[in-house]
Design a protein around this ligand. Structure first.
Ligand code: DNO
Length: 347
């Protein structure tokens, strides 16, 4: 296992110096943020970023994410050109030493929450998903970090309608096409493609979501028979639904060698199926982080792992979910668990 940390580039208030001082950290997970979805990333920018990271003694082997343009997901408009651009990005990143690319196939919205700074009893704050509040939200007027903010209200409502018409099977068909186009390139470049599950793993605002359950992940993996076709398994995304036995999923897919990137965070599931993001430490949430890491360890997992969203603690302000302190605590907690598992196994 290689412990990594998400870094949003030179503008991130969390610096590479901060990250390198977290014990056990091997590298950062980052992306070129200045290029719109669908376009090719300039080689100079990839190389500049790699040098900046490497100069601090860290690796840049994981990209999160190379975004998939909505036209690809909808199979319309300029999708053929965007797929060619996607392949070119894989080639360019491979040349820069990137080994794993995370992406998602969530229509329009990436991860969705009802509030980004819900105060918790201990004085920290965290991202939460309260079902009642989400049901009242108008998706055409929403903006969350990580979402493409370039749509006007009317463009957004047209986009949502297009997905409603496409439906789940239409989305599967377009995913199948995308995978069969890009995977031969990824395999040739020896880059692992790692899809991120839908967060949360159920349809929102009447739009289909498909990377949600074990059954659907099996269907996804069957789209292309090559080890480079794999997963970013995310405990907070799949694990916030009681219908997913998350540790069992880790055991199964890590055992198959198909998890290339592990996102680990904890969530507290509430009675009505809503959830609050919590500290990583198992007793703080509903997931057993030791059991999850043991599942990875037992499978001989040698991919990348990163602490996922943290709370905002100690008065820190910054990008919701991506402050320094709570994620660093999470990283240290998991590095400690991993060391213990190694030693118990006599490694
Ligand atoms: C949330 C992240 C996601 C993830 C994308 C991957 O914090 O895990 O935004 O980066 O879904 O494409």
């Amino acid at each position: 296992m290689k412990m990594t940390f998400r870094w949003y580039g030179s503008d991130d208030p969390v610096t590479l110096d901060n990250i390198r001082q977290i014990p056990g950290m091997t590298g950062v997970v980052t992306a070129v943020y200045s290029v719109p979805a669908g376009e090719v990333w300039p080689t100079e920018e990839i190389d500049r970023m790699k040098k900046e990271v490497n100069d601090k003694g860290l690796e840049m082997e994981v990209i999160e994410s190379v975004p998939v343009h909505e036209d690809i997901k909808l199979g319309r408009g300029d999708y053929k050109r965007y797929i060619e651009n996607y392949k070119e990005n894989i080639r360019r990143l491979a040349k820069a030493g990137v080994k794993c690319i995370c992406y998602n196939f969530m229509p329009v919205f990436d991860w969705t929450r009802s509030r980004l700074d819900q105060p918790l009893p201990d004085g920290s704050n965290a991202l939460v998903y309260y079902k009642e509040d989400v049901d009242k939200m108008d998706p055409t007027k929403l903006a969350l970090p990580g979402w493409d903010a370039s749509y006007s209200t009317s463009e957004m409502s047209q986009l949502i309608d297009a997905y409603k018409t496409l439906g789940e099977e239409g989305l599967w068909k377009n995913l199948d096409h995308f995978i069969n186009e890009i995977l031969p390139v990824a395999a040739e470049c020896d880059v692992n493609m790692a899809i991120h599950p839908d967060d949360p793993p159920w349809p929102i605002f009447g739009i289909p979501r498909i990377i949600t359950t074990e059954e659907n992940i099996d269907r996804f993996l069957a789209l292309y028979d090559d080890v480079h076709h794999g997963l970013t398994l995310c405990s907070g995304s799949l694990g916030c639904a009681k219908f997913n036995d998350y540790a069992a999923m880790v055991r199964k897919y890590a055992g198959m060698g198909r998890i290339h990137f592990a996102h680990v965070r904890n969530v507290k599931i509430l009675d009505d199926g809503s959830f609050e993001e919590s500290a990583h430490y198992s007793p703080c949430g509903s997931l057993d982080i030791v059991e999850i890491l043991k599942a990875y360890h037992d499978a001989g997992f040698n991919g990348y792992l990163r602490p996922d969203h943290g709370r905002m603690i100690w008065g820190e302000t910054g990008k919701p979910g991506y402050g320094l302190y709570d994620r660093a605590l999470g990283a240290m907690y998991m590095t400690g668990i991993w060391e213990t598992l190694d030693k118990c196994k006599g490694e």
